[in-house]
Structures are given as structure tokens and as C-alpha cells.
Design a protein around this ligand. Structure first.
Ligand code: ADP
Ligand code: F6P
Length: 494
């Protein structure tokens, strides 16, 4: 019997192909999806289908693509997108409708009907690319909000592959979701998958609540492990995504990373180093975070000179107006704080970097940071929080984390959880972190690292695939508590 193929589909491939003077070059992509899936594909092999991040003709960078795939150990299949598709599908429907709506920011949405038409058309394009490679019984795992109507398009093409979907971002509650003009067709399209995976039990519950609101005939089966609508029964579950803990740990322990971390402390001596690392995104709460730090310095003059915020912002989606406006706001705020508190020739409160760090730099920043300040207004998971824990080898540091990050469900045992909208409470949490006794720092970080180590990305992928293949629905009844996943251990026939 032929072993079924493992095919991953996401909007982006894990590499961005860029034209240079010496031809096309593959650069590693950023973002949580790539970080999580890279080790999975490296481990299992298979095929990854997605947009190569360049709008040139696919044949131009084919050699670079094949070389990157050969080196990585799996096949990369490009889906080229035109400028018009990028505008309406990627920047438009994906990032001006679904992204803000699913992060509870409906006022940021631009519900342009042309965006929806393009979204359907581009999903159909991805479906054709998948259908050309996926036979009956193959396992097709579709990722994230760009491709929510892909299964419906594949069914139209007559695909008999097994179709699973994982949503990396949150799923909103009905009062938000119902604002979407295309709410019914979108939910019906999602119901064409065989398995739907969400980050947290809350996201799963929100999905069910939206379905029940729009389709009163929907029924839960197998203690909530599936939803039935007419003849279709779709498995649903919560599967908190994670990182390759051991790989981060190994790399962070290397001498070059340790040397760079020491260098950072030499450059910024005699103070606590507090780190923020985020893609440029209004969901990451960077401006409120800066205001919280400003509040701390206003309230507690004795802490001036004793703590610096190193804020790294990774360029992202710069063609969307809100992102550009936010960048300006961050720069103005950092300038205002430094203008008010910096000391000539000495301490500077905010070190702001707007660039993509190399892996070495990122890990050195994690290792050097005494405090990580991660305060998204809403986040599907937030892998930076987990990476910080994995890289904190000395364990003598503190994680301050937003209660609205998906990761809060698993990391509440050791992190200082904060409401990112409450700048005074965040300022107090920073103070608590700066003054926290060593024994408490060590105990908390030890708990955090244990949680991330136990539920790493391989645990996540196993839970998901088990839910996909389980014969008995009862064997993966939905996780109800924070930090649980929906699948029970079983042999994996994939
Ligand atoms: P999101 O997916 O919304 O960007 P996450 O925190 O889940 O948020 O994931 C961000 C990912 O991007 C992390 O895995 C992090 O290591 C990675 N990353 C952060 N900074 C950089 C950078 N400068 N270059 C490449 N990847 C980065
Ligand atoms: O994790 C959310 C996410 O949107 C991923 O899907 C994506 O890879 C990442 O953030 C980066 O965003 P983009 O692909 O738009 O640059």
C-alpha cells in the first residue's frame, strides 16, 4: 500500500526569494507559522506549498527554490501571486479584514467586496496547485487565515485527500464575527475540512458559538470533539502550537550566542535589560507597552537608570497604512521617553531597533534579557514568549506576559500575567519584575521552561495528527483546561 503523502499548505513558503546581483537568494521567513512548521517538515519530510514571497515568474527562481528544498529535506512548491492578487487577497482580505476582525479590532476592517472575490479566487488557485499533487488519502494540512476557503475549492475539484486546517490566530466571539459580510460562506467553507484546529479552548468555543448562532441545526458529537451540520461531521479541537525547545536551547547555549549576550551587557551595564521583540503590528501592543514604561519612570524615580527597554520591531506588512502609522507612533513615543529621561553620556531608557535580527542576535538578546515584556492586545499564541523561556539557560529572569496571548493559558504558572490595556498595572508588573527576589525568579522560570519543554512543537504536531486519524471521536474530546490539547496518545499511522 502507498504511504500517504504529507502536504503542508500556507500562504507563504518558509523562505522569501529575493533577487540579488548574483541571482535569486532564499532568505528565511519570519513569523510564528514558519518557526513552528520548519522543524516539523525537517523531521517528517513532505511537501510545502505556498507563495515564494516574490512576484517574479516562478521559473526564474526555480533553481533557488529547488536548492533550498534539497537543503531543507522536503519539496517546496511555489504558488506565484500577481501584484493584483497580493493587493486584494493578501493585503486586502487577509490583512485588512480577517486579521483585524479576528484580533477583535472591527473598526480597523475595510470590508471591500472586491477583497472577498479575490480571496475566493486565490484560494481556488492554491487549490489547483494542491490538487495537482494530492491523491486520495493523502494528508493535506492547511495553515492559517489566508486559506480558510481552500477545502471548499478542493472539494469542488473532486479532491479525495484528507483535509485538515489549523488557525494560527484567534477565532473571535460571535458579536465580533457576525460583523463579517461573508460570515455564512466563510463558516460553510471551513466546514468542508475534516478537522479544524484552534490554538486554545476559547478559540474553539468561539467557533462553535458562531456556528450555533448562524446555524441553529448544528449539533455537537463525541462530547464536543466534532460538529455536525446536515450530513457533514467535522472534527474540532484545541492544539496550542509551540517551538522546537531543544533546538532553541542548543543554539542558545553556543559560545557565539553567549559572547554576544555578554557584549550586550557590556554596552548597557549596571541595569536590568528588558526586552520586547515583535513584528510591526498593531496587535502586539507596542505603543501601550512604551506608555507603561513611561508611567513606571514617572512613578518611580529610583528606578531611572536601573532598567532599559530594548524594543526590537521586525518590519512587516509595511504596505498597509495602519502599519506605517503605527511605526511613526512608536518612534515618536520612544523619542519622547528618551527626551524626558535620558542622562547625558549615560543611561538611555529605550533602545529601539527597527530591523530583522539574525538568529544569532535574536538568541543573544533572549539570553541577555533579565525581563521579557510581551504584551500583545490579542495573539493566537506568541512564540516569542516560549522562545524566551527556552533560551533562558540561567533561569534567572522574568517573563511578563499579556493575559490575551494564547500562550498565557500554558504559561500562567510562572509568568507575571498583565492586562496590556492597563498601563498602570503593566508599570507595576515591571517594578515587581525588577525587584523580584532571585529565588522567586528562578522558581518561576524553571516552571515556565518545564511547561515549554513538555509541550514542544513535536507534541503539538502529534496531538493534531492523532486527532486527524483517531477512529473513535471520544479519544480526543476537546481540551477544556488551559494548556491541554485535544488528542489522547495513540499510534500514528501517518
Ligand atoms: P507572529 O507570528 O504574529 O509574528 P510570534 O511571536 O508567534 O508572532 O512569532 C514570531 C516569530 O518570528 C518568532 O518565532 C520569532 O523567533 C521570529 N522572529 C522574531 N524576530 C525575528 C527576526 N528578526 N527575524 C526572523 N524571525 C524573527
Ligand atoms: O502567525 C501569524 C502570521 O500571520 C503568520 O501566518 C505569518 O507567517 C506571520 O504572522 C507573518 O506575517 P506575514 O506572512 O504577513 O509576513
Amino acid at each position: 500500500m502507498r504511504r500517504s503523502r504529507f502536504i503542508v499548505v500556507s500562504n507563504r513558503l518558509p523562505y522569501v526569494f529575493k533577487r540579488t546581483a548574483r541571482g535569486w537568494r532564499a532568505e528565511a521567513g519570519s513569523g510564528g507559522l514558519v518557526t513552528a512548521l520548519l522543524p516539523v517538515l525537517r523531521d517528517r519530510g513532505g511537501t510545502w506549498i505556498g507563495w515564494p514571497g516574490a512576484s517574479g515568474a516562478a521559473r526564474e527562481f526555480k533553481p533557488a527554490l529547488a536548492a533550498a528544498g534539497a537543503k531543507a529535506g522536503y519539496t517546496l512548491v511555489p504558488v506565484p501571486l500577481t501584484e493584483e492578487e497580493l493587493g486584494n487577497f493578501y493585503h486586502g482580505f487577509s490583512n485588512e479584514v480577517i486579521w483585524p476582525l479576528f484580533h477583535d479590532l472591527p473598526s480597523f476592517c475595510n470590508f471591500d467586496p472586491q477583497y472577498w472575490r479575490s480571496y475566493r479566487a486565490v484560494n481556488a488557485k492554491y487549490a489547483r496547485a494542491v490538487h495537482a499533487r494530492a491523491s486520495a488519502g493523502d494528508f493535506v494540512w492547511v495553515h492559517d487565515y489566508h486559506l480558510m476557503t481552500l477545502a471548499a475549492e478542493l472539494r469542488r475539484l473532486g479532491s479525495r485527500a484528507r483535509l485538515a486546517f489549523f488557525l494560527h490566530i484567534p477565532f473571535p466571539a460571535p458579536d465580533i464575527f457576525l460583523k463579517l459580510p461573508w460570515r455564512e460562506p466563510l463558516l460553510h467553507a471551513l466546514m468542508e475540512f475534516d478537522l479544524l484546529g484552534f490554538q486554545t479552548p476559547r478559540d474553539r468555543r468561539n467557533f462553535v458559538a458562531c456556528l450555533q448562532t448562524l446555524e441553529p441545526g448544528v449539533k455537537l458529537e463525541g462530547r464536543g470533539a466534532a460538529v455536525r451540520l446536515g450530513t457533514r461531521a467535522v472534527r474540532i479541537g484545541a492544539f496550542p502550537i509551540s517551538i522546537d525547545y531543544n533546538a532553541f536551547l542548543r543554539r542558545a547555549a553556543a559560545v557565539d550566542v553567549a559572547a554576544k549576550a555578554r557584549e550586550l551587557h557590556r554596552l548597557l551595564p549596571k541595569r536590568k535589560l528588558m526586552l520586547g521583540v515583535d513584528r510591526l503590528d498593531y496587535t502586539k501592543g507596542i505603543t501601550l507597552r512604551l506608555k507603561a514604561f513611561e508611567t513606571l519612570l514617572e512613578r518611580y524615580p529610583d528606578l531611572r537608570g536601573r532598567v532599559s527597554l530594548l524594543q526590537v520591531v521586525v518590519p512587516s506588512r509595511e504596505d498597509i497604512a495602519q502599519y506605517g502609522r503605527m511605526k511613526t507612533e512608536i518612534e515618536q513615543l520612544a523619542g519622547r521617553i528618551n527626551g524626558a529621561f535620558a542622562r547625558p553620556g549615560g543611561w538611555v531608557p529605550v533602545w529601539y531597533e527597527y530591523r530583522s535580527l539574525s538568529r544569532l542576535e535574536l538568541l543573544a538578546y533572549y539570553r541577555a534579557a533579565d525581563i521579557a515584556l510581551i504584551t500583545p492586545l490579542k495573539d493566537g499564541m506568541n512564540l516569542v514568549a516560549k522562545e524566551y523561556c527556552a533560551c533562558s539557560i540561567e533561569e534567572d529572569c522574568v517573563l511578563i506576559l499579556s493575559e490575551f496571548a494564547g500562550a498565557a493559558a500554558q504559561l500562567s504558572g510562572g509568568a507575571l500575567l498583565v492586562n496590556p490595556f492597563d498601563v498602570e498595572a503593566v508599570a507595576e508588573a515591571i517594578r515587581d519584575a525588577v525587584l523580584m527576589p532571585e529565588a522567586e525568579r528562578l522558581a518561576r522560570m524553571r516552571r515556565l521552561r518545564r511547561a515549554v519543554r513538555r509541550q514542544d512543537v513535536f507534541w503539538w504536531v502529534d496531538c493534531f495528527l492523532r486527532a486527524a486519524v483517531a477512529r473513535d471521536l471520544r479519544s480526543f474530546a476537546p481540551a477544556r483546561r488551559a494548556g491541554e490539547a485535544s488528542a489522547a496518545p495513540a499510534a500514528l499511522p501517518l
